[in-house]
Write a protein that binds this ligand. Sequence first.
Ligand code: NAD
Ligand code: DAU
Length: 341
Amino acid sequence: MKLLITGGAGFIGANFVRHILETYPDYKLINYDKLTYAGNLENLAGLEDNRNYTFVRGDIADRKQVGEVMSAGVDVVLNFAAESHVDRSLEEAAVFIGTNVLGTQVLLEAALKHKVDRFIQISTDEVYGSLGPSGSFTEKTPLSPNSPYAATKAAADLMVRAYFESFSVQAIITRCSNNYGPYQFPEKLIPLFITNALENIPLPVYGDGLYIRDWIHVIDHCRALDLALHRGKPGEIYNIGGGSERTNLEITKLILKHLKKSESLITHVKDRPGHDRRYAIDCSKIKEELGFETSMTLEKGLKQTMDWYIQNRPWWEKVRSGEYREYYHRHYADREKTFER
Ligand code: NAD
Ligand code: DAU
């Protein structure tokens, strides 16, 4: 099977690339990534000479280049590429429309033209909006996005649906809750707080810190995507969640306790506008229909993640200093021609 993975240099995409290459040694994989600030090829260090792996630098909104990559023959597209950070979407929404909406449509159009067998859209539970103290999102919950990021992901989901209904593009949408784990860019809550704590920098908790997220380890998200890829039914939506609801303050205290740091590092700061109060995922459909089960408790996964950030300090120090951008130039730029198509 030949997979086109977009956004494979990001957090979840890179974990998925590693998962596929380790699990299916005969699969061929193209990683198509623009390398925005969030793309870091060091996340895939060691794969440069893997014969089943090809990196192509490109934008999913670039019709010509996307067409060229797909014309090489691709069985499945998995679209991870996105602008993914809510706070950035509150500052500058336009780039989110360009990548998340237009980019998805460009991929769908090319998938249709080149008769790709399957298209997996990696979406998010944020398209459903916010929950009160009880209940959980099912696949039938109406879309009600509250941030520009979530609005663009919802728009992309509707475009995927339209290409399935109108043109029979064999598409599946997955909607996962908050991921954590190795290689997550330290602008998101968990890696930001781990790295700040390790450096004794205050941890900025938005508002009262009682906002709830349903956390899942990135490896479990990858395992669920593997099931959607191999057993999912086109036209369907699958929610994915970790079943681990925690307030942000609970997560913060777990991190400080494990790292043996003082709670005096907690600093309450101005709240995020339109901040969703609670997410909780009902993922009974993927459990019942595709046999998904998580493999890790939050406590175990968080401890493993903190240990990873302790052991991989150079990785996040290079991200913080900006040096990570040099990895591409050092390891890929002179070979770029070989990596084209
Ligand atoms: P990320 O920000 O870490 O990585 C995004 C990747 O996409 C980067 O490598 C970036 O260079 C690439 N990219 C951005 N714009 C591009 C473009 N125009 N063309 C090609 N590549 C481009 O994101 P992530 O956290 O790994 O999330 C991956 C996907 O999963 C996203 O679609 C996101 O909406 C979704 N998702 C994320 C979470 C989460 O908790 N992080 C949860 C559910 C769903
Ligand atoms: O639910 C899935 C979504 O999870 C994904 O679609 C997004 O791509 C991903 O970024 C994530 O969105 P969140 O906004 O939930 O994640 P973030 O890590 O930015 O914030 C998690 C919670 O922590 C949220 O309630 C805001 C809060 N927070 C975040 C940061 C960065 C803080 O209190 N302080 C912070 O500094």
